[in-house]
Design a protein around this ligand. Structure first.
Ligand SMILES: Cc1ncc(COP(=O)(O)O)c(C=O)c1O
Length: 386
């Protein structure tokens, strides 16, 4: 038995990409200057590196240009920036029932302020019902927000089709790529996305405390800054500067995080991305197949159950056993690290039929060994007593 078997990459990836920790230490010990707030070489170096990282994100996710890539403290913050910066009382917004609380809770706040939310239903596998979406996405909507991949069951949503519908009906389109940014190819321009929110610390294998928000000019032009403060630019103005990215980047940025994310993106650029996605699909297929062997004993395995239609996140519901107790025993007896509960997505469990008990979630990453999945299956059997 190893010290630990990490199956919680949907919470945060571990280990990180090679070079991430070193790049963060390099900034802290060798660079040290604050970008836009110092007229000396290390401050310029930090600014140049931040620009390179914006540029790498822009290329990777098909953004309009590097200035349209904002750094934020995380994906939650990116999503709040869009929702609270755009929506006003009387506006209508559509969201799927698979959304994370990073979307559900800002929407609940906005509903109290007079914004109307239209819920897009999903089937029992956690996939958006496209024909209902076609009916519900009416041209009077200001915005549609959709998670690209479910953090509960891994289901990939039809973002291309929804993007086309939004374009036709002149609805702004925001995608939460928290669970897909990394192995799943994503191109804002090709998919008709106006706002793409992502964290550094999940599939991209970067550090916590940093995220990005990629915006089209159309969406950026309609957005009020969520937070205002110093930007190191146009300091004579009492308002935030009108230009990107400064308009939405108040306060000192997370430079150690930006150096870390830069190293992660360099690592990704040196890899064969398609091969890594194929490996993730193989691992996911293996995980699904091994877990489904216990279906005759009552284990419910949730989601599309097809690696082509999902990311490496699979949830199960244990029969006749509290899911929290199952997860506790997996850790205590078998050193398996996974997550149980509602995973911050209560409506998703209503769609999947696992509310209120929640699920035990297993999520793989690029460094998960295949043999760990066989070990996991044996441990799940032992916990079930089969
Ligand atoms: C689908 C989804 N959206 C948003 C988030 C929020 O990401 P963060 O906690 O990094 O801000 C998560 C995190 O688990 C997520 O899974």
């Amino acid at each position: 038995m190893k010290d630990h078997y990490y199956f919680d990459n949907a919470s945060t990836s571990f280990p990180k990409a090679p070079g991430v920790a070193e790049a963060m230490a390099f900034y802290l010990t060798e660079v040290g200057g604050n970008m836009g707030r110092g007229d000396y070489a290390p401050a310029y170096d930090a600014a140049a590196r931040a620009l390179e990282v914006r540029d790498a994100l822009c290329r990777r996710f098909g953004g309009p240009q590097d200035r349209n890539v904002l750094f934020t403290p995380g994906c939650t913050y990116s999503l709040n920036t869009v929702l609270k910066g755009l929506l006003r009382p009387g506006d209508r917004v559509a969201a799927s029932v698979m959304e994370h609380n990073a979307v559900l809770r800002p929407l609940a706040q906005l509903e109290r302020a007079g914004v109307e939310v239209v819920w897009l239903p999903c089937d029992g596998r956690g996939v958006l019902d496209l024909s209902r979406a076609e009916e519900l996405l009416t041209p009077d909507l200001r915005l549609c927000v959709l998670t690209h991949a479910s953090n509960v069951c891994g289901a990939l949503q039809p973002v291309a089709q929804v993007g086309r519908l939004c374009r036709k009906r002149d609805i702004l389109f925001c995608v939460d790529a928290a669970q897909s940014a990394g192995t799943v190819p994503l191109h804002m321009g090709e998919l008709g996305i106006d706002a793409l929110a992502l964290p550094a610390h999940k599939g991209l294998l970067g550090p916590q405390g940093l995220g990005a928000l990629l915006l089209t000019d159309a969406l950026a032009g309609a957005l009020e800054p969520l937070v205002s403060g110093g930007t190191g630019s146009q300091s004579d103005l009492t308002e935030m500067p009108p230009f990107l990215p400064d308009r939405f980047e108040a306060g000192t940025l997370n430079l150690p995080g930006i150096y870390g994310l830069g190293a992660a993106l360099d690592w990704w650029e040196a890899q064969d991305g398609a091969a890594l996605r194929r490996r993730e699909q193989k691992l996911t297929g293996h995980l699904i197949a091994r877990l489904r062997e216990m279906e005759p004993d009552g284990l419910r395995v949730l989601g599309p159950l097809d690696p082509e239609e999902q990311v490496g996140v699979v949830s199960v519901d244990f029969p006749g056993l509290d899911n929290a107790e199952a997860a506790f025993r997996l850790e205590r007896e078998f050193h398996i690290q996974c997550r149980c509960g509602l995973h911050c997505a209560p409506l998703a469990h209503k769609a999947l039929g696992t509310f209120p008990q929640g699920t035990v979630r297993f999520s793989v990453g690029p460094f998960t060994p295949f043999e760990d999945i066989d070990y996991l299956q044996a441990a799940v059997c032992a916990v079930m007593g089969v």
